[in-house]
Design a protein around this ligand. Structure first.
Ligand SMILES: [Zn+2]
Length: 115
């Protein structure tokens, strides 16, 4: 027996960073005039196959409202496609409209943030 713990295969990890990355990807994508499909294609052309739905889930979360976890490879691939450093995507907010703090009760159209 290895005694290995049956660790959770897919934890709903704290998603704060996933949320930040998602918002930043969305802001930068808009800034560059790319559609979801365009970004998925750029990421794929950069050597990391990604479908539109994945980009969408990273940006706005799944239908359950949970933000999809972003892998390091995805982070790097998205940063490359958006021509920024991976660290840029981890900054608290790049949203020029709400700066991460939309008016309570409203959702920012630019980054998707809401309070
Ligand atoms: Zn915003």
């Amino acid at each position: 027996m290895s005694g290995g713990k049956p660790g959770p295969a897919r934890t709903e990890a704290k998603t704060i960073h996933a949320r930040i990355v998602g918002r930043n990807v969305r802001v930068l994508r808009h800034d560059r005039g790319l559609r979801l499909a365009d970004l998925a294609q750029k990421v794929t052309e950069g050597g990391y196959p990604m479908i539109l739905k994945t980009v969408q889930q990273i940006e706005t979360g799944t239908s359950s409202g949970a933000h999809r976890a972003v892998t390091v490879d995805e982070l790097v691939a998205l940063a490359k496609a958006l021509e920024v450093s991976p660290a840029e995507l981890l900054k608290p907010t790049l949203c020029p409209v709400c700066h991460g703090e939309p008016v309570p009760g409203f959702t920012c159209n630019t980054c998707g943030a809401s309070r």
